[in-house]
Design a protein around this ligand. Structure first.
Ligand code: UT7
Length: 335
């Protein structure tokens, strides 16, 4: 094969059975269904309740399903990246643990942490290894057990997040096919760390009585500045990747946004002139599942996708980190 691109050749998701509804949250904190629906678009989320399970278990279930449906043996996988903001442990990293649980023995494996932009970061990284000719069967998985870092007494964050995972298979295709990961604009701004963080348990504030008493092992978010930066960051990244590739809104078949808030998604779609019918939105069912939102959408819409469809994937998250990736879909319908 001459020059290649990395094409997504399969996608699979996994969500826990247990549902946490807005009505359930009304009994836990001072909130109400109407506020949550109108301010975020969320109606329910899934929570991983099985004792002794972690993000790697979510990831392993998505990856196992992906390998089965694409007819890929674990032995064939030569590279696996896991994007997560809720690693099982500080180390070893979650990609290694998922690989072990799935029986992937012959692969390079590592984790990336770019919060809600983690899946795009991992996808772009994996695509570059494929383009360089190093790997041929690559798994990119987003897995987050957000319930492990949510304070269920904090109404400003506990209504937002859910647990899930989803994975894609990447394989090389000749550039003449004109499919795969085509281009990307990725950015970060570390000064955004004051608005969205989890500060306990790292090398700055190692776990102690103080970190636990202060609840530093939970997510903190100052929602308004994050909201503003998210709309601006995603719109600019989408605009840039489209402009430099000569793409107009009418050329885009699907926009696949990170699902943090329905109002953010609508604002970006509006600024970009994308009709909402071509924007994948499932936040009402799952809430914000961090690294899983984008592949979970691809999984849910898989049967409607056609070879050659232009997709713009876009995300914004803690860091700040954000970006947009242009993907040309590589196959028709569900597998
Ligand atoms: O995925 C990573 C990136 N994250 C994001 O993109 C999230 C960005 N931010 C957001 O989505 C929104 O800022 C939130 C959904 C987090 C909050 O919505 P908001 O419209 O920005 O609300 P706010 O924080 O400005 O709060 C408005 C009011 C406040 O009351 P006062 O001060 O106006 O009296 C809050 O105390 O709503 C109150 N409030 C609530 N009320 C009922 C905050 N949370 C709740 C709640 N139920 N759960």
């Amino acid at each position: 094969m001459g020059k290649v691109r990395a094409a997504i050749t399969g996608v699979h998701g996994w969500v826990p059975e247990d549902v946490l509804t807005n009505a359930d949250l009304e009994k836990m904190v001072d909130t109400n269904d109407e506020w949550i629906r109108t301010r975020t678009g969320i109606q329910e989320r899934r929570i991983l309740k099985e004792p002794g399970t972690a993000s790697s278990d979510l990831g392993a279930r998505a990856v196992r399903g992906l390998l089965e449906k694409t007819g890929t043996s674990p032995d064939e996988v030569d590279f696996i990246i896991c994007a997560t903001a809720t690693p099982d442990m500080m180390f070893p990293d979650t990609a290694n643990i998922i690989a072990d649980k799935v029986g992937i023995k012959n692969a390079f494996a590592f984790e990336v942490n770019a919060a809600c932009s983690g899946f795009l970061t991992a996808l772009l990284t994996a695509a570059k290894y494929v383009e360089a000719g190093m790997y041929k069967k690559v798994v990119v998985v987003g897995a987050d057990k957000m319930s492990s870092i949510v304070d269920y007494t904090d109404r400003s964050t506990c209504i937002l997040f859910g647990d899930a995972s989803a994975a894609v298979l990447l394989e090389p295709v000749p550039v003449e096919e004109n499919t795969g990961v085509m281009d990307a604009v990725m950015r970060s701004d570390g000064s955004g760390r004051e608005y969205l963080y989890l500060k306990g348990g790292g090398s700055l504030h190692p776990a102690s009585h103080e970190t636990v008493d202060n609840k530093w092992h939970y997510i903190y978010q100052d929602g308004r500045p994050v909201f503003k930066a998210a709309v601006q960051g995603m719109a600019e990244a989408v605009q840039e990747v489209m402009a430099r590739n000569g793409l107009k809104p009418s050329d885009i078949d699907w926009v696949v946004p990170h699902q943090a808030n329905r109002r953010i998604i609508e604002a970006v779609a509006n600024m970009m002139d994308f009709p909402l019918e071509r924007v994948m939105i499932n936040i009402h069912k799952y809430g914000n599942t961090t690294t899983a939102t984008i592949p979970l959408c691809l999984w849910e819409w898989e049967s409607q996708l056609r070879k050659g469809d232009n997709l713009i994937l876009t995300a914004f998250g803690g860091g700040f980190t954000w970006g947009a990736v242009w993907v040309k879909w590589a196959y028709d319908g569900g597998k």
